[in-house]
Write a protein that binds this ligand. Structure first.
Ligand code: SF4
Length: 388
């Protein structure tokens, strides 16, 4: 795909091979998103060198990798170092990696070279929105698809249309063609199915592959409908945190200029995302992050930053109170500092208040899928029987 003079390739979903490479070249004691994502980059570079026969110097001069990273109290702050170490040890020492941080900065981790313009960043941002819309629509429609594989097939065609639109500089044509395909998806009636909300650590809850043992599809096969969280909602939470941090700097009831600016950015994001949802005919609610923060105060100190902050506990409270799901699965990598280490310590209190909504916290480490599945299966069976 080409955009604004840049040639782009989308990385494959990280798999076991990526995990093993990440473990081999990474430091000990990291959480598994680090191993999966760093290993996935190594896997790609090794394939370019050993399978496609491109010399290492050419790979280093012609390719660069853009990904999410950042500072922060959890291990996300160490991603830059992890990439650097693994690339050095695997023979790609000077390979360029650019991290887009959660505070919105662009960190050019390994030397200069690739320049991303505002247009590139805006397009990246819009594609995240489209990705959220398409992912959510797949999850909503797949449990009711007219025949097996139909939704995946049609959504793939829709993605190809969007890609073609970007490649040809005809973005709207691509979006419009995708809309026609999506509107043609056929569904069938089915009996009542339990709604299972997936929350937890950012990477584990949004990835759709071996990184979370194909959690979404597993729940569908077991008879549930997945309710997901979007990347845009997480970005809105980051904006809320920046605004809240500003509000702590003064005692006035009125918002400062910086808070107003962040508030305006939030409204624009909500407006554009709402437009795309309408365009594709789907309702995807975005959280009211002020209300979530207010609700969670008795349970969680808002000053605790990193990972999902208070969002997991706040979402559990809101979803259980408003009856938006029959079951909640909080998925996180083994030893996740913010999710296992902090949020799960509070979740028991919320479960006591809302015992009718089944809540389980499950960890992934890349191995041991059987235990992971059996815990979810046991919880889900109770819920399946109660809705039928
Ligand atoms: S949120 Fe947890 S799993 Fe994710 S980078 Fe931080 S410590 Fe690792």
């Amino acid at each position: 795909m080409a955009l604004g003079g840049l040639k782009m390739e989308v990385m494959e979903e990280p798999n076991q091979e990526a995990l093993q490479l990440g473990r081999e070249f990474g430091n000990r004691g990291q959480c598994n998103p680090t191993y999966f994502t760093v290993g996935n980059l190594l896997k790609k570079l090794i394939q370019l060198r050993d399978v496609d026969g491109i010399p290492t110097e050419k790979i280093i001069s012609n390719y660069a990798f853009v990904t999410a990273g950042g500072c922060g109290p959890c291990r996300m702050g160490m991603y830059a170092t992890e990439y650097r170490k693994a690339l050095r040890d695997s023979g790609f020492a000077d390979f360029r990696v650019m991290l887009l941080t959660r505070s919105g900065d662009v960190q050019d981790v390994l030397m200069e070279g690739l320049k991303l313009s505002n247009k590139h960043l805006l397009m990246g941002f819009l594609t995240i929105m489209i990705g959220d819309v398409f992912t959510t629509m797949s999850l909503r429609k797949r449990p009711y698809e007219a025949f097996k594989g139909h939704v995946d097939e049609e959504m793939k065609k829709a993605r190809i249309e969007v890609e073609a639109g970007i490649r040809e500089g005809k973005n709207w044509k691509g979006l419009w063609n995708a809309r026609k395909i999506i509107r043609g998806i056929k569904t069938k009636k089915a009996g009542p199915k339990p709604v299972v909300h997936i929350m937890g650590e950012f990477w584990a809850k949004t990835t759709d592959g071996e990184g979370n043992y194909h959690l979404f599809r597993f729940i569908e096969e077991e008879g549930g409908v997945v309710s997901n969280e979007t990347i845009i909602d997480w970005l809105l939470h980051q904006i809320w945190r920046a605004r809240w941090s500003e509000s702590q700097k003064h005692e006035s009831k009125f918002m400062s200029k910086a808070e107003w600016k962040l508030f305006a950015v939030e409204q624009v994001i909500r407006g554009v995302f709402g437009f795309f949802c309408k365009f594709y005919g789907v309702k995807i609610p975005l959280s009211d992050h002020d209300a979530l923060a207010e609700d969670v105060k008795p349970f969680f100190d808002l000053h605790v930053d990193g990972g999902e902050d208070h969002m997991e506990v706040a979402h559990h409270l809101a979803i259980a109170r408003d009856g938006k799901a029959d079951m909640i699965v909080s998925v996180k990598p083994f030893t996740c500092l913010s999710s296992s280490g902090v949020s799960d310590g509070v979740q028991g209190k919320v479960s006591e208040l809302y015992p009718d909504v089944e809540f389980i916290a499950v960890e992934t480490n890349g191995d041991g899928a059987a235990n992971f599945y059996s815990r979810i299966q046991m919880a889900l069976q109770k819920v399946v029987h109660s809705v039928q």
